[in-house]
Design a protein around this ligand. Sequence first.
Ligand code: GDP
Ligand code: CA
Length: 334
Amino acid sequence: MKHHPAPVSRVTVLSGGVGGARFTRGLLAYLESAGHRTDVTVIVNTGDDMWLHGVRVCPDLDTMMYTLGEGVEESQGWGRAGETATVATELRRYQLGWDWFTLGDRDLATHLARTELLRAGWPLSRVTARLCERCDIAPTILPMTDHEVETMVVMAGDGPADLRTVHFEEWWVRLRAAVPAERFVQTGVAHSVAAPGVLESIQSADVVLLPPSNPVVSIGTILGIPGIASALAATAAPVVGISPIIGGSAVRGMADACLQAIGVETSAEAVAHHYRAAFGILDGWLVDSIDHEAAGRVTARGLLTKAVPLWMSDLTTTQAMAQESLLLAEELRH
Ligand code: GDP
Ligand code: CA
């Protein structure tokens, strides 16, 4: 049995939806089992957000909230368990909205509540804190920004770029990322600012973790918000990442299609180098045991890397991953 890392006061996590939420749940379970009273802050990607049927949908924030709070649908990793689609079925009869994106009835209540508060003038960060009150979520969950910064995909092809541009969710869900992306664009990012608490939580953290989230459209999107990458580069806390790529494939989902668009190979090694080259961050890296040879090469190039099991097949294995990431951070602090 591995020893436990010394307790730390503050851990900050940058996360997308399913991968990040599963990891964060494992991290919380680990901290509790080890008896560590650590404050955890999770900065969540909001690039996948959209207006649909007049309500604001925030897929990654909701996945985080449902996974840490109550009632996520375990089989898919997102949405509410025991979901029904009465409203969506009725909406379809009006031929409105998108028939490839179904809002479940329970889930819809979240979007209605969020939209009510947004329309009352609350910023998304405050709305998110209010929604999290319902189910006793221990960590602080922060959107990356209060601004509407949405990820658009410019698809490869001929003709004007605006005619080839779709919202990320349309590319991902309707097109299953099968049409190659030429590039990703974050609308309004230049004028956006990090949500209150985001930069502070990076500056004051003892450890920053990058869970196995999509490195391009989840973590990459967060890192695009002005000030976040530089705060990560400047913080005294070690920044430790966990590879979302195992043995050259994306485990679940289509992250390879995103990596291809930005010219990064689908490998644990290439993702680590990308974080360093594009954003100037990353002090430690965990790769799966199957990638142990890559661990040696990456360490030789100056980034401390360990090979450990990285399949989040159940809570126990995910807890062990979290423990390994904190042990690596401890090693980096000494
Ligand atoms: P999304 O916003 O719901 O797509 O979720 P994230 O961006 O947080 O995470 C998606 C990524 O998690 C995928 O690209 C996978 O590469 C990665 N992933 C999913 N399951 C696992 C797992 O069990 N282990 C590891 N290492 N990565 C995983
Ligand atoms: Ca997402």
